[in-house]
Design a protein around this ligand. Sequence first.
Ligand code: SF4
Ligand code: SF4
Length: 315
Amino acid sequence: MTSADIKAKAQELGFDLCGIAPAVDHPELAFFADWVRRGYAASMRYLTDQVERRSDVRHVLPTARTVIMTATVYNTDRPYSTHCRESGRAHIARYAWGDDYHEVIGERLDRLLTWMREVSGEPFDARAYVDTGPVQERVYAQYAGLGWIGKNSCVINPELGSWLFLGEILCSLPLEIDEPSFDQCGTCTECLKACPTGALVAPGELDSNRCISYLTIEHRGELPAEMTPLLGTFVYGCDICQDVCPWNLTAAVSPDRPWQPRAAWDGRSVADFEAMSDEALQVALRKSPMKRTKLAGLRRNIAVARKNLTAKEQA
Ligand code: SF4
Ligand code: SF4
């Protein structure tokens, strides 16, 4: 079983990109501890409690020699939130429009791993993760040649853009590795200029305490009063720093059914969300990545969006 065989199978299973990084001590892995130390992980205990474990995949799988990285385009043909001029539109980050990627990508990775075990001439250790694993997947994605980590902290592929789900298999096999991607942000600073909350404190450095994505998805309880006026009508996540990226002007669009927007979320206004019953919201949240905020979190975000919309209309 060669690296080329694995990539061909990954493509057959619906992954748009597949590359292989070495499981070695990449210098960028050290930045994470520093980022956490500066408080930029905010209240995300799953990050702050696992600094050592997340510093190298060999803490998770000691025999790991390679990381098979995959990327899947989730962009659809709807306009970007920064292009929606309609007043009152409720914005949802596009990754959350369809089915829960943890489940869909997780199943595809399981199928890839099952196939690898069937065709490999030797036994091997492996572990598959999607997003929530203790893996700095963006660093490995860069070393697997999938794209570079942009100043907006997202992985950008020069052909496909940055609307990508990442998923990986840590593996003990000494597979042929890929050339790393190189930085193509150049002198551009569009994402830093566009971020409405100043969360991108430096190129590639995100202060979660100020990020709309963190506040509307991960933060529990009341939102900090000084931040709520800056959340606009984002009811779940924020895409602005990706919307404005020139590499997304011609980003790939996926026909993959799981990522197509659910009717309940598609082009909805703040008023539409307010009119939805708890039961209707619960049904729409089923098998959606948006279930992470739970109903109470979503209602909290809708209330903030209403307050901001009213303030805007009265200004
Ligand atoms: S997601 Fe939104 S708030 Fe967070 S860094 Fe990007 S533009 Fe800023
Ligand atoms: S907007 Fe510009 S600086 Fe920001 S990630 Fe895209 S190319 Fe890089």
